[in-house]
Ligand binder design. Structure first.
Ligand code: F6P
Length: 368
């Protein structure tokens, strides 16, 4: 039974990694130590709880978080197959079935004497944290994802870094596209939200930006390419979000959800689109998938600062016993919001918002 006094907290990272995770961990550890608390890092989401003596639970002291603010990845490891409510177990015949191990997780927290958890994760991990919090675990969430699709926070850390990397890639594609008079299609991450594509597409002066929120028509894409051609611009840059889809069509996937995997793995739309463009317009077209480069490496300064602010704010929430909340950026402040509100739905690009209008005013085709 937890006494109510905070002596020992845990921190974990779940789901896909994002630049800035280590900065959050560092802030959590330093802020907690300064309050006289102990901090345990849980290895690979919740998995470490099942092997605490085997490096699954690591004591995080001041030394263990030195010089990690600028480092990519997470010193704690992560996984997008670690939902305690749908834990993947391989049966004797080699099949993977999902079992509910949430009670074991709560027991493991109790056994380790952990008074509160700071759970750093995206939409999926925050849902898990919320469920655990409803089962009695004192949890504070920290929103992480390059996709920026978590409600109630203006930005998630990692997003600005992904946008910078994507914008640089688009910049680089311009010169080769122009030299060869080609269409270049670049597929970016973001699942069902077009934030990365829209931000980097506008910043990188793309000609076409296709996002999941606005199903596209191929004819509209072709029109933009032909129009540029007619005006002596013999190349075009098309940015497509991995979750974009043609009107009346469906998203393309590389791997289905299930077997411990929370969501289907999206991908393939860039290649599909490039083939269509080349066949139907006669313009030579190449495609590229920027993929995990958007998640790899260290965070840009903005994400570092946001991550540090989030980590410190999460510790203040624990101190105030504001459990079941998530820290959030509501400029200019970092606040705590009910986790239930943050996970209610995904934060998608508002199609009547300023960003979309900016793209239209700049002559960028959105495929509609
Ligand atoms: O949610 C973050 C994200 O990077 C998505 O944009 C992408 O669809 C997904 O993770 C890919 O995850 P992974 O390749 O790690 O399974």
């Amino acid at each position: 039974m937890r006494s109510g006094q905070i002596r020992r907290i845990a921190v974990n990272t779940g789901g896909g990694d994002a630049p800035g995770l280590n900065a959050v961990i560092r802030a959590v550890v330093i802020a907690a130590l300064s309050r006289g608390w102990e901090v345990l890092g849980i290895h690979r989401g919740y998995s470490g709880l099942f092997a605490p003596e085997d490096g699954g639970l690591i004591r995080l002291d001041r030394e263990s978080v030195r010089g990690i603010t600028h480092l990519g990845g997470t010193i704690l490891g992560t996984s997008n197959r670690g939902n305690p409510f749908a834990w993947p177990v391989t049966t004797n015949d080699g099949n993977v079935v999902e079992v509910d191990r949430s009670a074991d997780v709560i027991d493991a927290f109790d056994a380790a004497g952990i008074d509160a958890l700071v759970a750093i994760g995206g939409d999926g991990s925050l849902r898990i944290a919320h469920e655990l919090s409803k089962s009695g675990l004192p949890v504070v969430g920290v929103p992480k994802t390059i996709d920026n699709d978590v409600e109630r926070t203006f930005f998630t850390f990692g997003f600005m870094t992904a946008c910078s990397i994507a914008t640089e890639a688009i910049d680089r594609l311009h010169s080769t596209a122009e030299s060869h008079e080609r269409v270049m299609v670049i597929e970016l991450m973001g699942r069902d939200a077009g934030w990365i594509s829209l931000h980097s597409g506008i910043a990188g002066s793309a000609d076409v930006v296709l996002i999941p929120e606005i199903p596209f028509e191929l004819e509209s894409v072709y029109r933009k390419i032909r129009d540029r051609e007619a005006h002596g611009r013999h190349f075009s840059i098309v940015v497509v979000a991995e979750g974009a889809l043609p009107k009346g069509g469906h998203q393309l996937t590389l791997e289905a959800a299930g077997g411990g995997r929370e969501e289907a793995r999206l991908g393939g739309i860039g290649e599909w689109l490039a083939e269509k463009i080349e066949k139907d317009t006669g313009k030579e077209t190449r495609h590229m998938v920027l993929g995990h480069l958007q998640r790899g490496g260290g965070p840009v300064a903005y994400d570092r600062l946001l991550a540090l602010r989030f980590g410190a704010a999460a510790v203040r929430c624990v101190e105030m016993r504001a459990f079941g909340t998530m820290v959030a950026l509501q400029p200019p402040r970092v606040v705590a919001v009910p986790m239930a509100e943050a996970i209610r739905e995904r934060k998608l690009v508002p199609v009547d918002g300023d960003l979309i209008q900016t793209a239209r005013d700049l002559g960028i085709s959105l495929g509609d």
